[in-house]
Design a protein around this ligand. Structure first.
Ligand code: GLA
Length: 732
């Protein structure tokens, strides 16, 4: 029984293969957090809660004269605002009294097989044999609001998901001011916090800081999860590294404004909370209405950060990504963006597609610039009609011509956006986010459509599905190239304006859902100026995401390394592009560009008609190598070997197939070392008792040799050189 309840002690215990999570209903119906960490056999963990008589603590009046119980000194499962816990709360609901003081107490619970879906929201999924769920109802007697805390444990993963539903069970409206998804109270503060920060073209850089007293954390108020901070945080032991020590990961399955905070309090305890950013958020609930908070996926590892990441990778690959392409080999693609930008016609595109097909590339993707008057980023967004001056003969003809080459056809959309200079704006100026009477902000010369409106979503669905359906298009790159400002909807009354941002993202999810339901074989690749919305919410809708607009292989080493803290390589769009690189001006050899892009959903993004014969041969060899290694890379376990954020000269990572019979290793010499030491690379994740053959050199080694003594690395001259190794276990 992964989830159990001790009726007598009122203790909930949630077990995964190697972890335990426990909580208890204590006095006053308060739900206290007991433990989260390595698996425990004991069930009676109630001794972990101790009364503390702390001066200045607030205690419920009925406790007097014993002051040893306070909400503020107890580790709590889901802290409410205003009743004596002065740490960061998860919930505040304003009832008729207008105070926001909220006091939820245990009422009942249910344990059942499987996992519920979350209305309108992305979430991990599992069938009845894969997971068990606990729902705990907590009620606020005064407002009549019931908060249902939802926990799911997985049979095969050391992951626990959390979410909650707030239901108004009273006769009058209430307003939710704050509703976070999860809280984790830890009983020390001896931790570091790891977050993934960045900016456009430099997403998900790894940052590690020591926790200090007070509140620290990351958030987004951009209306998307953002380039700047990813909705992920790991709380790790001070000595935790890739392979050793404790790591608690929290990843939010949500693509809009979020907060992820760690607060170290006066008792040197740590509270970590995560959920929708409360800034400018509120939600009115009429009687009987419910609000569902997005899911947080918690992973605990006592074997370091690498093990935590691999749990996320497996879970997200198998139980978050969905649909036809989930576990299918994705087509190797050529995208024309960096080859042509806006300057193309159908002939140029076909020339690129022809060169691509000769090299063995399987899909042609037509990027921005094919519609409306879109000859630059100044106009045209929203006018999703093909520009026949550019695509002469029409889109269907171009798609057919590409199909004749034996390739699939993909297309770029930026559905959520509208240019002022567009027919759509001229017809529907009210469809964009704006505050009447105020000026408005442009970004990349564009405005944002109000995706909280059903008429907007219906227009986009009609346009996109007509084009996809009529032309037989197999892939969509769904872009989103600015942050949200003046977030306000013309269809909502003043007291509901702060619902707009959440309604917006629900609209985005709805449109994606409708598209993939109508075209089940459509491959959706998410994008937001590169990786500005690379989050677990998006991976539920699109199994791959454009990782970054920075295609420089050496920058990508760090970006993809950071991204791999949470997200699997099968989700990371990675392309070989031209040199000198368009973003950095750096030249990196083609071999390395291929080796780095191969650790992702592989593709090319350059003018293939300008290649030399030698370059063509290199690309053919890359495609052959990717074909051979695709399943190890995409479905194998990833082990990070050398961290480019710590090592000035190199980076390395590897993939091991589930049966441990194959391994694929990538080593990149990011910078040359004039008098290089004899470098050796110790591998990980292999079976120590198996003998592996290096398929290039023919030399064989035992798994324990490869992992403890390592392989010799070749001497390579120059920055940005790289090599790969392929190992196969020999039959015994
Ligand atoms: C964004 C994307 C790019 C490209 C351009 C087109 O920047 O990340 O890949 O599609 O938009 O305008």
């Amino acid at each position: 029984m992964p989830i159990s309840f001790d009726e007598h002690k009122k203790i909930f215990k949630l077990d995964t293969p190697n972890t335990t999570y426990a909580m208890q209903v204590i006095r006053h119906g308060c739900l206290a957090h007991l433990y989260y960490g390595k698996k425990l056999t004991d069930n009676d963990l109630g001794y972990l809660i101790r009364g503390i008589n702390l001066s200045f603590a607030a205690y419920p009046a009925e406790e007097a004269p014993d002051r040893s119980f306070s909400f503020g000194t107890t580790p709590l499962e889901y802290p409410a605002f205003g009743i004596g816990d002065f740490r960061t709360p998860c919930i505040s609901v304003e009832g008729a009294d207008g105070t926001g003081v909220t006091d939820i107490r245990y009422v009942s619970h249910r344990i059942y097989k499987g996992k519920p879906t979350l209305s309108g929201l992305p979430a991990t999924y599992a069938d009845e044999n894969e997971a068990q769920t606990l729902e705990i109802d907590m009620k606020d007697a005064l407002t009549g609001v019931v908060v249902t805390l939802i926990y799911t444990t997985f049979e095969n993963y050391d992951a626990i998901t959390r979410s909650c539903i707030v239901k108004n069970c009273s006769d009058s409206d209430v307003s939710i001011k704050r509703v976070l998804s999860a809280c984790l109270d830890l009983d020390t503060c001896d931790y570091d916090m790891i977050t993934l920060y960045g900016k456009w073209a430099l997403e998900r850089q790894i940052e590690r800081r020591r926790l200090a007293h007070g509140i620290q954390g990351v958030e987004s108020m951009r209306g998307s999860s953002s380039h700047q901070q990813n909705p992920f945080v790991a709380i790790v032991g001070k000595n935790t590294d890739e392979d050793n020590g404790e790591a608690y990961g929290m990843s939010l399955v949500y693509s809009s404004n979020f907060t992820a905070l760690a607060e170290v309090g006066e008792l040197n305890t740590t509270r970590v909370v995560m959920g929708i950013n409360p800034q400018n958020f509120s939600w009115t609930l009429s009687p009987n209405e419910s609000f569902t908070a997005p899911e947080v996926v918690m992973v605990y590892s006592d074997k370091g950060i690498g093990n935590m990441s691999r749990t996320y990778h497996r879970l997200y690959r198998n139980n978050l990504c969905r649909g036809y392409w989930k576990n299918r080999r994705r087509p190797i693609l050529i995208n024309n963006w960096e080859a042509t930008y806006f300057n193309f016609d159908e002939k140029k595109l076909l020339d690129i597609a022809k060169s691509a097909s000769e090299l063995g590339i399987e899909m042609f993707v037509m990027d921005d610039g094919w519609f409306g008057q879109r000859d630059s980023d100044k106009r045209g967004l929203g006018d999703w009609f093909v520009n026949e001056n550019k695509i002469k003969g029409g889109l269907k003809k171009l798609v057919d011509d590409v199909h004749t080459l034996g390739m699939k056809f993909g297309i770029w959309f930026e559905p959520e956006m509208i240019s002022e200079d567009s027919d759509l704006y001229r017809t529907h100026p009210d469809w964009c986010l704006h505050v009447p009477g105020r000026g408005y902000s442009l970004s990349r010369c564009q405005l944002v459509l109000d995706m909280s409106r059903q008429d907007v979503i219906d227009y986009l669905f009609e346009r996109m599905s007509s084009i996809i359906g009529e032309c037989g298009i197999e892939y969509v790159k769904w872009d989103m190239n600015r942050s949200l400002t003046e977030v306000s909807s013309r269809l909502l009354p003043p007291d509901r304006q702060c619902e707009t941002a959440h309604r917006y993202v629900l609209g985005v999810y709805q449109l994606m859902e409708r598209l993939v339901s109508k075209f089940p074989k459509l491959l959706l690749e998410g994008c937001s100026g590169g990786g500005g919305r690379f989050d677990a919410g998006m991976l539920y809708c699109s199994p791959q995401y454009w990782t970054s607009d920075d295609t420089d292989a050496l920058e990508r080493v760090r970006i993809q390394y950071g991204t791999s803290y949470v997200y699997p390589v099968s989700a990371m769009g990675a392309h070989v592009s031209v040199c000198p690189n368009e973003q950095t001006g750096r030249t990196v050899d083609l071999n390395t560009r291929g080796n780095v892009a191969m650790s992702g959903t592989f593709g090319y993004e350059l003018d293939l008609t300008k290649l030399t014969d030698e370059e063509k041969d290199t690309i053919r060899a890359q495609i052959k190598e990717f074909d051979e290694q695709y399943d190890v890379i995409s479905y194998g376990d990833q082990y990070r070997l050398i961290n480019p954020f710590e090592d000035n000269y190199s980076a390395a990572w590897m993939f091991v197939s589930e049966d441990k019979n194959r391994a694929f290793v990538t080593y990149v010499q990011t910078k040359t070392d004039p008098n290089p030491p004899m470098r050796r690379l110790k591998l990980k994740g292999l079976d120590p008792t198996k003998r592996y053959i290096d398929t290039q050199s023919g030399v064989s080694y035992m798994g324990d040799t490869l992992m403890n003594a390592g392989i010799n690395l070749p001497m390579m001259f120059g920055d940005g050189k790289s090599c790969t190794f392929k190992f196969k276990a020999q039959e015994k």
